[in-house]
Design a protein around this ligand. Structure first.
Ligand code: NAI
Ligand code: MG
Length: 372
């Protein structure tokens, strides 16, 4: 994208969303100026306030305009005055599905200076990435009620898994594992693994012993796709064991690929490993680039701290870096990550979630200054 005009759709959203997006746009502005990235912003007023005022969730016109953007940066949606699910399903899930953002990429990396609750583990131990399938499984909305509200009520919610949908996600994960070879071999590999030619590792996280149809398909797709990646070691963990090992042995994970539902859960656990919701970034990727990809912090609108100017902007700033990776501005992305790392390595400024007393703006400004 360097040198050509990039069109970025911005959805600040609700609660702390606009606060962390403002800080992120200031970082983007500086790095773009320094690195010669030309871009335009198109702002979208979507979220709880608009819904309460007009009843609009995601009108067709906004959807069409979003589709014409190259990428989308989103704060968070979710409003205490709106029934749960209306905005999350109507905006977030709708965009993920309509724009075929079939990969949800969530790096879990502990920066030096960020607090992890895992005793005895440090930045060298906590450095993995989760590739969460983002278009299928229980999130499709296939289901229904009978006898709703009666003692005989039946509720059904079906997990949809297609061979094509699963395989494209797994293939993306193998590519992601292979791409990490540029950082050197995965340190969790044994000498025997290295002799076999393995360089990085991909762990399938599923529940093949119970979900014997859906996850049988996942396992077959995983095994068959792996033949194209002889340099990537295949590993498997049941999701419950994975949760345990992420805490006891985070260093054993390199890249994880998993279902939409399990990915949702294990990445909140992952967010805690890396210092909390204030640091967890994500990208909803359409790897084929047939529609825009969307980048957002993992956290929600945080109504408990919204309006106080104390939300940690680093998750949104790191999501902005992922957006730059996606558009081919990887060097600028890496400069943002280095600036974030240098701020985290200092005692101040830090927002309250990291034990500090500073504001969103103070942390954002420090990252901006560290870009020099
Ligand atoms: P949340 O992520 O908004 O908040 C969970 C906890 O983390 C809160 O204590 C909050 O103060 C803290 N937190 C979150 N972001 C932070 C930040 N940047 N800095 C410091 N602390 C931060 O999740 P919660 O409370 O379950 O949901 C609130 C609303 O957000 C709901 O309406 C929910 O549906 C929505 N939501 C939206 C998401 C999205 O837009 N992608 C994702 C998750 C929730
Ligand atoms: Mg979640």
């Amino acid at each position: 994208a360097e040198g050509s005009l990039l069109k970025i759709g911005v959805i600040p959203g609700d609660g702390v969303g606009p606060e962390v997006i403002e800080a992120s746009l200031a970082i983007l502005e500086k790095v773009a100026r320094q690195d010669g990235i030309e871009y335009t912003l198109e702002h979208f007023n979507l979220g709880g306030e608009r819904y309460l005022a007009t009843g609009d969730v995601l009108p067709q016109d906004d959807l069409d305009r979003l589709r014409r953007c190259d990428v989308i940066l989103l704060g968070a949606v979710g409003h205490p005055g709106v029934a749960p699910g209306v905005l999350e399903k109507g905006i977030l899930l709708k965009l993920r599905f309509d724009f075929h953002q079939y990969v949800n990429l969530r790096p879990i990396r502990l920066y030096p200076g960020a607090p992890t609750p895992i005793r005895g583990k440090g930045p060298d131990d906590i450095d993995m990435v989760v590739v969460r399938e983002n278009n299928e499984d229980l999130y499709v909305g296939a289901g229904g009620f009978t006898y709703k509200g009666t003692p005989e009520e039946v509720a059904i919610q079906t997990s949809i898994n297609t061979r094509a949908g699963v395989e494209r996600c797994i293939r993306y994960a193998f590519e992601a594992a292979r791409a990490r070879a540029s950082r050197g071999p995965f340190h969790g590999l044994s000498d025997d693994d290295k002799r076999k030619g393995f360089v990085r590792q991909l762990t399938l996280v599923a529940k093949t012993n119970v979900l014997t149809f859906a996850h049988d398909l996942w396992m077959r797709a995983f095994t068959e796709t792996s033949r194209d990646y002889p340099d990537v070691k295949c590993d498997y963990q049941h999701v419950d064991a994975c949760c345990m090992r992420m805490v006891t042995n985070p260093e054993r994970f390199d890249v994880i690929v998993t279902t939409n539902m399990f990915g949702d859960i294990i990445t909140d656990l992952g967010a805690v490993l890396q210092g909390g919701m204030g640091l967890a970034s994500s990208g909803n990727l359409n790897p084929d680039k047939t529609a825009p990809s969307m980048f957002e912090p993992v956290h929600g609108s945080a109504p408990d701290i919204a309006g106080q100017g104390i939300a940690n902007p680093l998750a949104a700033i790191l999501s902005t870096a992922m957006m730059l990776d996606h558009v081919g501005a990887g060097k600028s992305a890496e400069r943002i990550r280095r600036a974030v790392a240098s701020v985290l390595a200092r005692p101040t400024p830090k927002t309250p979630d990291l034990g500090g007393k500073n504001t969103t703006a103070e942390v954002g400004n420090a990252v901006r200054d560290a870009l020099d």
